[in-house]
Write a protein that binds this ligand. Structure first.
Ligand SMILES: Cc1cc2nc3c(=O)[nH]c(=O)nc-3n(C[C@H](O)[C@H](O)[C@H](O)COP(=O)(O)O)c2cc1C
Length: 163
């Protein structure tokens, strides 16, 4: 079937059948401003060297900040962090305002979210423009993890393993 024959709504529905975890990707701009957004496009790519990727919409207000970034962090959210996910999935002047107690500073001054299931601190390895998204590959320089229930996403809804 040719590309133009695909129904975008149907395609979105079909893609939504792929259950994922939920992450907040964070960075810090050279002027000090923190940026972050909720993503479910995170994936591991390589173990040696340790490379991960995620996809960023070119239409996202934060797109330029991540295109220019040297470091970013992937914060894999826990089941009790749905509010954090919602906060970071809407444009805002400062998404970090009011959650200082849940933040620590990582490599490159990038904010890390406390209570996450896992955190991967990455140096940008490669960027690829693909269609309407930017694919960001990061080399993991530091990571940590804790034994917590993950937040899940499926068919446009948050889920948990124990549901
Ligand atoms: C569960 C979930 C997953 C998402 N995954 C992505 C993603 O992989 N890439 C992306 O660019 N936006 C994704 N979004 C949308 C962004 O979070 C949203 O557009 C956000 O406002 C972008 O941040 P910004 O406005 O600061 O640029 C997702 C939203 C949700 C709720």
């Amino acid at each position: 079937m040719s590309e133009s024959k695909l129904d975008e709504r149907e395609l979105r529905n079909a893609l939504g059948g792929f259950a994922t975890g939920v992450c907040v990707v964070t960075t810090r701009r050279p002027d000090g401003k923190r940026e972050g957004l909720t993503v479910n496009s995170f994936s591991s790519v390589s173990l040696a060297p340790p490379i991960v990727l995620w996809n960023l919409s070119l239409r996202a207000p934060s797109a330029q900040a991540f295109r220019d970034a040297e470091y970013f962090a992937i914060n894999v959210l826990a089941a009790d962090q749905q509010e954090i996910s919602q906060r970071f999935s809407r444009p805002a002047a400062d998404k970090f305002d009011g959650i200082e107690e849940a933040l620590v500073e990582g490599l490159g001054g990038v904010p890390l979210i406390e209570g996450a299931v896992a955190r991967f601190e990455c140096r940008v390895h490669q960027l690829n423009d693909v269609g309407d998204h930017l694919v960001l590959f990061g080399q993991v320089e530091r990571f940590d993890q804790r034994d917590r229930e993950p937040l899940l996403y499926h068919r446009g809804r948050y889920r948990s393993l124990t549901e």
